[in-house]
Write a protein that binds this ligand. Sequence first.
Ligand code: ZN
Length: 290
Amino acid sequence: MPEVPEVEALREFLDGHLVGKEIVRVLPLTVNALKTYDPPLAALEGATVTEVGRYGKYLDIVADAPAGALHLAIHLARAGWLRWKDSFPAEPPRPGRGPLALRTVLAGGDGFDLTEAGTAKRLAVHLVRDPAEVPGIARLGPDPLAASFDRAALAALLAGERRQIKGALRDQRLIAGIGNAYSDEILHAARMSPFKPVRNLTEDEITTLYEALRDTLREAVERSRGVAAGRLKAEKKSGLRVHGRTGEACPVCGDTVREVSFSDSSLQYCPTCQTGGRPLADRRMSRLLK
Ligand SMILES: [Zn+2]
């Protein structure tokens, strides 16, 4: 799933490719992707893109339509992606076939496709007059890349928090845009167990966590910046130190990266760096070892 660094890189890419361009057609190609019906997608025809913003993991394409500004808010979910096209075939694709979810064509003949692999269709597109009309945007916590997101801001968010740190970092209502991959990376950089209760963090540990969070996300944004949209996924994977690397050597200490699996996801960590050398309990691993 693209998280803050990849979505920010996509935002910069689209900002350079879309602003000032006129939209001629927006085609929904699956029934589930479009979550709104008023205004209709046809309201974007003839509109000029003025800005591309980001809210957490949402892209926000702002276009100046005759009836006022419209926001095309896109959430790529776990398996969604955006593919830039210099041209499109004359025949529109048949809806409901393959990974295509939405096509946006510009006056110059170029544009982009939204695609989603797999069968769990979660990619979501909203066309609204105000981004706050999108429920997932309205409940977002602060953006970790914002200048105002300082150590004090993080400490204030964590005050009174009852959860374990991994779950808290992934909660979009607490902090916008961090998911399963970058929460693993941040906790590895901070040398903290994913299961550490937030309320046990000392003042020094909050500082360590804050610095790990900012450095991890900023480095990922720097790596992603300027990478073509089609190569961002590979770029993300190559930059991760523990996430998705079960069984590989930790690049910091050489210990074997381990995982804890859940019904629909898994987390990765380094025992030496993060849990005092002790592996965390994992139901699936213990079942395999019986
Ligand atoms: Zn390590």
